[in-house]
Write a protein that binds this ligand. Structure first.
Ligand SMILES: NC(=O)c1ccc[n+]([C@@H]2O[C@H](COP(=O)([O-])OP(=O)(O)OC[C@H]3O[C@@H](n4cnc5c(N)ncnc54)[C@H](OP(=O)(O)O)[C@@H]3O)[C@@H](O)[C@H]2O)c1
Length: 187
């Protein structure tokens, strides 16, 4: 069964990027005692979905338009759905599909593309919130980095309580903590 999984790294105070959309605070964490196994997670992922700010960050970070091979380091052959109201560049050979508007309407295409594996909702926080609003978010996996940012891109700008969120797993991985929550539908 395909699950929709919002998996992201976050600061202790709940931001996924700082005010200038930088992830330097994340990359500077000491990984000598261990770091989350991203490859293992990607094994369960059949399709990827993200907002346009995140997509543009990946384009910049990988210098993708001049280094097409780097796309595959990030996403492999997986279809990547980008929510945007704009026309954005795509590297030839990358399976990028632009979608606009309601998450609910995009769900059948996402599920079909995942081919029985999970859909990774990369972010940002509001897009993950739109999936939750649509009753389509099944899991939230947070990798908490030892940093506070005092502002930036919010982790999840929605209000959900213990009636909706249940802790499935908590694990220390070196300087990180990984928390896995199941999200139940609103009743
Ligand atoms: N820490 C981590 O692991 C992690 C993970 C993910 C992201 N990030 C970072 O966090 C930041 C997130 O940025 P963000 O909060 O701006 O979120 P985002 O989801 O990446 O981008 C938001 C944009 O997506 C488009 N969009 C969202 N929903 C849409 C819809 N239903 N229909 C059409 N377009 C839609 C809109 O832009 P347009 O319509 O103008 O295109 C919107 O402004 C980025 O800097 C990213 O690099 C960090």
């Amino acid at each position: 069964v395909t699950e929709m999984v919002y998996k992201t790294a976050t600061s202790v105070d709940g931001y996924i990027a700082d005010a200038s959309h930088s992830l330097a605070w994340l990359f500077e964490v000491d990984r000598s005692e261990g770091a989350p196994d991203h490859e293992a997670f990607m094994q369960s992922v059949g399709a990827v979905v993200e907002g346009s700010t995140t997509y543009e960050w990946v384009l910049r970070e990988t210098d993708l338009l001049t280094n097409p091979a780097r796309w595959h380091d990030f996403y492999g052959q997986r279809p990547t759905f980008v929510f945007t109201s704009r026309q954005l560049p795509v590297q030839v050979g990358a399976d990028v599909r632009f979608v606009c508007g309601s998450v609910l309407e995009a769900l059948p295409a996402l599920r079909a593309a995942a081919k029985g594996r999970d859909v990774w909702v990369v972010g940002g926080g509001d897009l993950a919130g739109q999936f939750a609003d649509a009753g389509a978010l099944d899991k939230v996996i947070l990798t908490i980095a030892p940093a506070t940012l005092a502002g930036g891109a919010p982790l999840f700008p929605r209000r959900l309580g213990a009636d909706r969120l249940a802790l499935l797993k908590a694990e220390r991985i070196g300087q990180f903590v990984e928390l896995t929550y199941a999200l139940s539908r609103a009743t």
